[in-house]
Design a protein around this ligand. Structure first.
Ligand SMILES: [Zn+2]
Length: 216
């Protein structure tokens, strides 16, 4: 038997995916790690994984190859080592091959870390921008009763009106845009978002706080 069949005979796709971090539900469904999956769309059993969202498909070795961006052969070697299967492959990897595998694994880990950070940032930013949108909406309602004179003198409100379309635009990118557009936004405007969210919160506190005082 070659190393591919040997590995697959000893470990299931399911146990391999679990060992490398996939959370699989009782029904054999999991959130696909290969696309931005919010609801489990990957079906995984002993022999294969298949994603109904992005079409990713393969066996235990294919899973590891896709996960770490390595070749099928490198993936088979990795599983053999990580699971201590002790399979003697007819071809022992050379020192160079080992170093190359390790480098690529380190890179894959870096990419996965950035990907994780990006996902967390995206969810949090969507929350914050939605909060800003509703703060602006409430402030608009609150300030409608004031005279135009007061409205124009309320710097925070002028600022909010100025930022309203930008916030809407950013939400469009994060909620409806492609993954690449969202990443581009993360890299170029990530810091700007924090600043603007903080300013909107201040302005909102000011307007809504004052309004509450007036009402009470
Ligand atoms: Zn997928």
């Amino acid at each position: 038997m070659d190393i591919f069949n040997d590995v697959k005979a000893r470990v299931s796709a399911k146990s391999v995916a679990e060992a490398y971090g996939l959370k699989i539900g009782r029904n054999g469904m999991a959130c696909c790690p290969f696309h931005n999956d919010k609801h489990p769309s990957m079906k995984i059993d002993d022999r294969h994984y298949h994603c109904f969202g992005c079409g990713s498909h393969g066996d235990a070795i294919g899973y590891v190859a896709q996960m770490y961006g390595i070749s099928q052969y490198e993936a088979a070697i990795k599983i053999n080592e990580d699971f201590h299967l002790g399979i003697d492959s007819d071809h022992k990897p050379s020192k160079e091959e080992r170093i190359s595998i390790q480098k690529r694994l380190a890179n894959a880990k870096k990419v996965a870390d950035i990907q994780n950070r990006f996902r967390k940032w995206k969810l949090q930013t969507i929350d914050e921008l939605l909060e800003c949108e509703s703060l602006i909406e409430e402030s608009e309602k609150a300030i409608m009763n004031e005279s135009p004179h007061v409205v124009f003198l309320t710097n925070g409100f002028v600022y909010m009106m100025h930022m309203k379309s930008i916030i809407g635009y950013w939400l469009d990118i994060l909620c409806m845009g492609t993954e690449d557009e969202a990443k581009e936004f993360f890299l170029t405007d990530g810091k700007e978002v924090n600043r603007i969210v903080a300013n909107i919160r201040l302005a909102g506190d000011d307007i809504l706080g004052r309004n509450r005082k007036c009402a009470g």
